[in-house]
Design a protein around this ligand. Structure first.
Ligand SMILES: N[C@@H](CCC(=O)N[C@@H](CS)C(=O)NCC(=O)O)C(=O)O
Length: 215
């Protein structure tokens, strides 16, 4: 049986580790988790660097072989544990699969003001300080909600006919606004709520976390 291990941050707040963790859970294959203390520089240890190459989490270990970069991990898992034996992480249709990858690349490379002003600590820890969004973040929020409005069909709680890993990533990005009292259309709220109720997502959300120490 395959030996799978995932390195995540000790606080369980990394949106990238979240994506890889949800992907693994969706596959249903047993795996272990290795929390890495980023605030103590554990990811910069020579062994960790040699494995990740990038000096970041998440890192997936599969039978001793290591891979970092969350979207590469998600795609690798869909290749290594492919349908029909395992649930699909990316849509079968080429254009839907491309759209999912586009969205995943976008939430990782853009919308920086939202990521800075609504960090994931505001989702996974209580009583985090939040200030009103800056003008730049309001602009990013309008773009994010515009994309959500264009891609989420009324009455549907997944982007495509069934769940794909882009749903989890997209919901997490939207949640940065919604859980910080940002208004959003009902269909977007319903989409995010449904995604946040998925068992694979709950498994991440409900992790026991150590007290958060800013670093
Ligand atoms: N593009 C990478 C980003 C990974 C990343 O930035 N991880 C952060 C935690 S959220 C990290 O390891 N930070 C430690 C550092 O940069 O020193 C991915 O998608 O996996």
């Amino acid at each position: 049986m395959a030996n799978l291990r995932l390195s995540v941050d000790t606080y369980w707040t990394s949106p990238y580790a979240f994506s890889a963790f949800v992907a693994l859970k969706e596959k249903g294959h047993p795996f272990s988790v290795h929390p890495v203390a980023l605030h103590l520089g554990e990811h910069k240890h020579p062994d960790a660097l040699a494995a990740s190459l990038t000096g970041r989490v998440p890192v997936l270990w599969h039978d001793g072989w290591a891979l970092s970069e969350s979207s590469a991990i998600d795609e690798y898992l869909d290749d290594a544990f492919a349908p029909p034996g395992y649930p699909r992480l990316f849509p079968e249709d080429a254009r839907e699969r491309a759209r999912a990858r586009q969205l995943m690349a976008w939430v990782r490379s853009d919308l920086m003001p939202i990521r800075l002003e609504r960090p994931t600590t505001t989702l996974f820890y209580e009583n985090m300080d939040v200030q009103p969004l800056s003008t730049a973040a309001q602009g990013s929020a309008a773009r994010l909600l515009g994309v959500a409005d264009a891609l989420i069909a009324s009455g549907r709680t997944t982007l495509f006919a069934s769940f794909c890993i882009a749903d989890a990533d997209f919901a997490l990005m939207l949640l940065r606004l919604l859980w910080n009292a940002h208004p959003a259309p009902k269909k977007v709220q319903a989409y995010v709520e449904a995604q946040w109720a998925r068992p694979s997502v709950r498994a991440w959300v409900e992790q026991k976390r150590p007290p958060y120490v800013p670093y």
